[in-house]
Write a protein that binds this ligand. Structure first.
Ligand SMILES: [Zn+2]
Length: 132
């Protein structure tokens, strides 16, 4: 699943939980659940990295780096770091995306994933000007 949507779903879960601990613990589980949905992936590592980082920075800037949404976003996208950081693959084996893995390729198109990520992130960083 594309990184931006991992970031967005982690942020949404974190915001909903309202708890930093819950957000951090839920993140990797959400990552596995997301990758488990049969989905298409974006082949460009540069796009994946930059869109993921941009989403994270946006959340941190608008909600604060320690907001549950920001922490959830980081925790949920962190498993994809093993694609780019070799020291996260002990013995060369990926923990979250290995052979035993959860990862499923399928029909969930990348443009829909991007759209969803944008909608979720947009809602989470929108100015909160309504009294709740
Ligand atoms: Zn993944």
């Amino acid at each position: 699943m594309i990184v931006a949507l991992h970031v967005a779903t982690g942020a949404a879960a974190g915001a909903a939980s309202g708890s930093r601990v819950a957000a951090t613990l839920l993140g990797p589980i959400l990552h596995l659940a997301g990758d488990r949905l049969p989905h298409q992936d974006i082949g460009s590592r540069r796009f994946e990295t930059s869109s993921g980082l941009a989403s994270l920075f946006l959340l941190a800037a608008r909600r604060g780096p320690l907001d549950p949404a920001t922490l959830g976003a980081g925790a949920s996208s962190a498993p994809d770091l093993e694609h780019v950081l070799p020291f996260l693959r002990p013995g060369g084996h990926k923990l979250f995306h290995g052979r035993r893995g959860w990862h499923r390729s399928g029909r969930f198109p990348t443009d829909l994933q991007l759209l969803l990520a944008g909608m979720i992130l947009g809602a989470l960083v929108a100015p909160r000007n309504r009294a709740v």
